[in-house]
Design a protein around this ligand. Sequence first.
Ligand SMILES: Cc1cc2nc3c(=O)[nH]c(=O)nc-3n(C[C@H](O)[C@H](O)[C@H](O)COP(=O)(O)O)c2cc1C
Length: 368
Amino acid sequence: MLYERAVRPVLFRVGRGDPETAHEKTLGWLSGIGRQPWLLKALTKVNQVKDPCRLFGLDFPNVVGLAAGMDKNGVAVQTWSALGFGFMEIGTVTWRPQPGNPRPRLYRLPTSKALINRMGFNNEGAQALARRLGSGVKPPIPVGISLGKSKSTPLEQAADDYVASFVELYRFADYFAVNVSSPNTPGLRNLQDAEGLSTILRALRDQNTRLAGGGPGRPILVKIAPDLTETAISQALEVCLAHGVSGIIATNTTLGRDGVVSVDRERAAQPGGLSGGPLRNIALPVVSFVQRETGGRLPVVGVGGITEPRHAAELIDAGASLVQLYTGFVYSGPKLVRRSAKAARQALQARQTPRPYPHGPQGGGHYG
Ligand SMILES: Cc1cc2nc3c(=O)[nH]c(=O)nc-3n(C[C@H](O)[C@H](O)[C@H](O)COP(=O)(O)O)c2cc1C
């Protein structure tokens, strides 16, 4: 309530209502909070949900993570756990620093609890991220790093770009996410086809084996778009299984506009990826489909449209083992994270209770 009644109205007026200015200022504040141990402690006391699970060989304090794109340059990594998140995915980072698309490029659709963005991977580059992460202490929750392709790198050389960032950031990542699903880098989504994806995953696996020095290496997850046909998803999953991918993140933003409420329609004409409320009905079937297709062999991180705690539970019911959110956090703040973690826990407990029939939904991964 405090966030929705007092904090959000202020944030939404920052920068004369420009969402990206509000975003930048908020990240600056969150970064500042990260340097104040007493504040972190106080926030942690209010927000932390301890409901541990183990997946990909990592320990998660709870199953609700910060989705990629919120903290592209890793400026607030010390703060996300104090806001209740059980893990974070920073980036998407590209090998070369790049400014992204011209502003304005981020729009609010408040009645639909949605956002449209065409940021275009604005980020300071993998080397700057490595310097920043190297200068701080390791955060208390798992850190995923989302990798993307620099705009100036031709699609045929995409693998080199992903590999360069992977090597640079290897020691800072608990897992990597291969982002081939942003709608805002020309041609990127073509890398979800079998040939493009195989080339990237093969190159990353080689480096993972080399850098792990005989160990298991870092879990590598692939993030997919919600706008793929079932055939295209099946093909991508086959490639992922063949290349030892650890899990699937489903989904990124959609190019569709279904589900946007009528007062937001005019703004919905802005080009870019739609996230938040309307995405839920598109992401949820993708999570179910991935779960069914892989029979639980590839754990799913469900993301898209969590604007109420029960939506986190619905993603778990559909087969997700972890969930992430971005847009809901903008509209509802840390309370949504806390409550989603509790709702997800109940859904997971229900899933783990032995069922009277042998072929009930199992979900991926192992919980301890
Ligand atoms: C402004 C904005 C920027 C985003 N940037 C990225 C990104 O860099 N990499 C990525 O994988 N996803 C990015 N996303 C997508 C989110 O990670 C997430 O998949 C999507 O927003 C759906 O979740 P939500 O409905 O909870 O927001 C971005 C989303 C928004 C709203």
